[in-house]
Design a protein around this ligand. Sequence first.
Ligand code: GAP
Length: 513
Amino acid sequence: MQEDLFKRLVAHCKEYGFVYPSSEVYDGLGGVYDYGPMGVELKNNIKEYWWRAMVQMHENIVGLDSAIFMHPLIWKASGHVDAFNDPLVDNKDSKKRFRADVLIEGEIDKMNGKAEKEVEKAAKRFGESFDEKMFRETNPRVLEYTQKAIDVEKRLAKALKEENMADIKAIIDELEIADPDSGSRNWTDVRQFNLMFSTQLGNISGEEGKLYLRPETAQGIFVNFSNVQKTTRQKIPFGIAQIGKAFRNEIVARQFIFRMREFEQMEMQFFVRPGTEMEWYEKWKEKRMAWHKAVTPAEKLKFKDHDNLAHYANAAVDVQFDFPFGFKELEGIHSRTDFDLSSHSNLSGKKITYFDPEINEHYVPYVVETSVGCDRMFLSILSNAFAEEQVPDAQGEDSKRIVLRLAPSLAPVKCAVLPIVKNKEELVGKAREVFDRLKLHFLCQYDEKDAIGRRYRRQDAIGTPYCVTIDFETIENDTVTIRERDSMKQDRISISEVVRIVRERTDMANILA
Ligand code: GAP
């Protein structure tokens, strides 16, 4: 059911110009997507929402736009050359490549799924008298499945931490995991695969000229720490925010724009006095969750602590969203210690410290990072907004609609201007006049083709919050109807009020507040 819904959402994205497969005329390029006319507007609005919440709303956070290409030693210092790997396994029969940890996690999900099935069956059998808590705690089958899932999860986390590829392979063999498509259990050994894309500088050959496409935007912030601090005279605690492309050679890129090889990150590094990082980590967890909750229902969001910390972190949590394929990471919040600044200082030989006038001390700041994928945010916003519904009192083709219930300030088009008929010069002239006035303030669409019901459906499908209709009464008294997308309610208002009303209701301040 959810899978079907996801397929329809992906098809909708293409049909209405949100997201296209990249290079489609050449049959596409795996894990790469292009944003169409509606997609680019929604994405820009998401970026604006983030930027304003982080930079505009915080006096102590400033912006940066660092280059994608950076000195190759940056990736040595950051640990990405040696430790930015995923465990990879090939199936010798199907010749397909998999992430070994993802295969095992799939098995863990199956074990938990079996336990849930037992609970569901018992709930049906016992009806009202069913005591779920007691059943979970005592039923031998439920206990066996859940314990097994916990054991495998722990063993996988340990093996990943210790980079014990042999044990990861042993888990695959012991659980008799098969290639999901071919059913073959004929696996190669598990080996580490570095996720960075590399390229070559034109004028330097060999290893020395090897460059990487950045796998995270964060390093551009770290290496600019002293520049930004000195030029802005910010005092700790302060943050640097950046939005930009990142690249990862994902072994398996799937689930549409959830896991891509080229994607965009919105990252903020918050520099703090050593010893205060956990306090700031908690504060940023809270602030970031509030940012998500302003545009997403609370029940679709949750925190998930990391079992397996990245090489730079002493605490890490994901904000997960309930995607159509289950709860998955939307944003990562990490306490990154002084790992990055110290490493860059050691490898470059340049001092990267801060003088704290309050305690009269030089130190290497600690860092709390918030990092959210713009594309994942786009997918979460769209999948939450996508609804298929019956339209009361409508007939035939117009009786069903797909509506994107986007927050009005995020919607690509804020207002559509629709003359009720297209062959009345007076009406069309008036509609054009209203449109010309509105387009100074918002992205609007003018549409006169097809019956009015059909035109409303087209606007609903791209999430336009307001439709302004010009009818015969408009010519008499300069009033129009304004239709609200979700309730489909129409009000009659004066033309002179349209800009104010649409502006107030689509203002980003509504969600920023
Ligand atoms: N600087 C820290 C960092 O990069 P991460 O958890 O690897 O941490 C942060 O990535 C966010 O970037 C993720 O929460 C996710 O939203 C997004 N992201 C990571 N890999 C991605 C991919 N292959 N495709 C789309 N988004 C991705």
